[in-house]
Design a protein around this ligand. Structure first.
Ligand code: ADP
Ligand code: MG
Length: 170
């Protein structure tokens, strides 16, 4: 039997796994990912403290052409990084201290959503309401505590992501 439209939607929900053995590799992964991104994209990054969400975001920022440093927006909750390349700005959000989607909405992200790439750290369970079409990224450590390798699961949700070649970031 061939692919149906439903089958295609299912396929895009299956995560692409990329291994990042070092922080440098994580940054490089972000840079490659940036090449696939477009204005209006929403990315939700999950993973424990120190998993590498901010490190990945720094790579995405570099790839998009953000000039300044991308540091964790832990206290400001959200920060807009313009680019010097004419590409979309990076809106970097830390939802760690937010308890609900209502609190996220208070940050007024909607105003910049369409023109920017919006990445929400700790967004799992909170930020899904921003967009049905989105890229969910889950970063995990492996079982060996001496191994710094991170396992990065990339899952594009919805038609917006169906045609993107997430495998190309490997
Ligand atoms: P998070 O934002 O998820 O809390 P950070 O990106 O701030 O995580 O921190 C990740 C830390 O782990 C950094 O100090 C980074 O240098 C280190 N690190 C070591 N190995 C890796 C790896 N393979 N990928 C990402 N970060 C790594
Ligand atoms: Mg972080």
């Amino acid at each position: 039997h061939g692919f149906t439209r439903e089958g295609e939607a299912w396929r895009t929900a299956v995560p692409t796994l990329v291994e990042a053995p070092t922080a440098e590799a994580m940054r490089a992964l972000g840079e490659k990912l940036a090449a696939l991104l477009a204005p209006g994209d929403v990315i939700i990054a999950t993973g424990d403290l120190g998993a590498g969400k901010t490190t990945l975001t720094q790579g995405i920022g570099a790839g998009l052409g953000v000039a300044g440093p991308v540091i964790s927006p832990t206290f400001v909750l959200s920060r807009v990084h313009p680019t010097t390349t004419g590409g979309p700005a990076l809106v970097h959000v830390d939802a760690y201290r937010l308890g609900s989607f209502d609190e996220l909405e208070d940050l007024d992200l909607e105003a910049s959503l369409a023109d920017s790439v919006t990445l929400v750290e700790w967004g799992g369970g909170i930020a899904e309401g921003l967009a049905d079409d989105r890229l969910d990224i889950d970063i995990r450590r492996g079982l060996d505590p001496d191994d710094e390798t991170r396992l990065v699961f990339l899952a594009g949700r919805g038609p917006r992501w169906a045609a993107r070649q997430l495998e190309s970031v490997r």
